[in-house]
Design a protein around this ligand. Structure first.
Ligand code: GAL
Length: 426
């Protein structure tokens, strides 16, 4: 109780200082930020840190990163640190159960509702997103972006030389596959294990549609039913057009994209951090150096996820963290970060404040976000709890080792039951 009261007082004082605008020069000491945005994934975060340093010259930022796409390695390190009493001041976490079902239920995160009120943020973020950050009436992190998971990337020159149209449906993709293979090009490149799961969620969306996908999480789609069997059968056909049996396991998501850029592969399905990589790191122009389309069968559907940062109750530098979070949610922070990251801002006021910062891809993503059907990503934390996400790897192993769509679908039903992630009818 005493600890909670002390934390409340620190937060109240720090918030008063931050919102009064005089805190910046007064802040000192350290701020440790933990994420998986290392190397090629780093520039957007580094832009935010630069801005933070300008505003808070006396704070030393420690940018702690653990390499590994989609946080596969970082989450394990974070768990060890959090449980070992060594919480970073702020860490990257996907909006959804990855935040609320893991750290918030365990009482490890500070309620940031007061910060939201002070900053005028209650209307600045989409309601769907705020829902994923909220637990029992409190708001527990600040979102930096909205990423799209279901994008298919290609090199316009390769597609042109193959004389094919960009497939809009799974059937069109499968029909184009043999001709692409005959040309000596991999139709669809995948990388290490999580990128195969990432492909699966787009195939599932293409087969089930937005309603059917959402139905998995409400109990309306039978996880062991004929439709789910169809998902795995189609997934198998798509994988037969890929490099899975060859070099996939050794490729990071960036290396898979490199193969598309080099013309060795025709398509790759990846979230739009790939747009960030191709524009910011490779210097390519959207629509010229690389092309993009919704994944086959999912035109008009935006599968989304959001990266956010919060304040662990045990963080050593609470006031510095609140200044960091204030920057993250602000229009300036969002506009420093998102144009480099390949994501659109979570703050609804950001694009209009600086539209020129957003390239053709990002403009199209922003238009789709506001007009498409929205569905949550499984692989990136928005759709299901962590238990389901972890167990889903076993479903994938069962499918990849047995090749049986029926066995995979019944394993899906089993993990639905065990995790309670698939709605009340399970
Ligand atoms: C996602 C994350 C993105 C990007 C990607 C690849 O989970 O939300 O921001 O980092 O992983 O590592």
């Amino acid at each position: 109780m005493k600890k909670a009261l002390a934390l409340f007082l620190v937060l109240a004082l720090a918030l008063t200082a931050v919102s009064a605008g005089f805190a910046q020069d007064d802040l000192s000491g350290e701020l440790e930020i933990f994420s998986w945005w290392a190397g090629d994934e780093g520039p957007a975060l580094e832009a935010l840190i630069t801005l933070f340093n300008e505003q808070n010259p006396n704070v030393e930022v420690i940018n702690a990163t653990v390499t590994g796409g989609s946080g596969v390695n970082a989450r394990a390190v974070l768990k060890t640190r959090m449980l070992g009493g060594d919480a970073p001041d702020s860490f990257q976490v996907h909006a959804g159960e990855e935040l609320t079902g893991t750290w918030v239920v365990a009482g490890r995160m500070a309620d940031l509702t007061t910060l939201y009120q002070e900053q005028g943020w209650m209307e600045a973020f989409p309601a769907d997103l705020l829902d994923l950050l909220t637990y029992e009436g409190g708001i527990y992190s600040v979102p930096v972006n909205i990423h799209r998971s279901n994008v298919m990337w290609y090199n316009p020159a390769t597609v042109e030389s193959l004389g094919i149209a960009v497939p809009a449906t799974m059937d069109e993709f499968l029909a184009a596959c043999p001709a692409i293979q005959e040309a000596g090009i991999t139709p669809l490149v995948v990388g290490e294990a999580w990128t195969v799961n990432h492909l699966w969620e787009s195939v599932a969306l293409g087969v089930l549609g937005a309603e059917g996908w959402n139905g998995i999480w409400t109990g309306e789609t039978d996880p062991a039913g004929a439709e789910m069997v169809q998902v795995f059968e189609t997934f198998g056909q798509v994988l037969a057009c890929s490099n899975l049996a060859e070099d996939a396991a050794g490729l990071s998501w960036q290396q898979a994209i490199d193969k598309v850029v080099a013309g060795e592969a025709a398509f790759n399905i990846m979230g739009d951090w790939a747009a960030g990589y191709m524009t910011t790191t490779l210097g390519l122009e959207p629509g010229v150096g690389f092309g993009y389309a919704p994944t086959p069968g999912a035109v008009g559907t935006f599968m989304w996820l959001s990266d956010s940062f919060g304040l662990p109750v045990d963080a050593a530098n609470q006031a510095n963290t609140l200044a960091w979070l204030s920057l993250l949610g602000s229009v300036d922070g969002q506009n420093a970060f998102n144009p480099l990251k390949g994501s659109i801002p979570a703050n609804v006021n950001a694009v209009a404040a600086a539209p020129d910062l957003y390239n053709a891809y990002l403009q199209s993503a922003a238009a789709d976000w506001s007009s498409n059907a929205l569905v949550g990503s499984l692989v990136h934390g928005a759709a299901a709890n962590e238990r389901f996400m972890g167990d889903f790897n076993q479903v994938m192993e069962i499918y990849l080792s047995s090749g049986s769509a029926e066995a995979a679908a019944s394993a899906m039903a089993a993990i639905c039951l065990q995790s309670g992630a698939c709605g009340s009818s399970m």
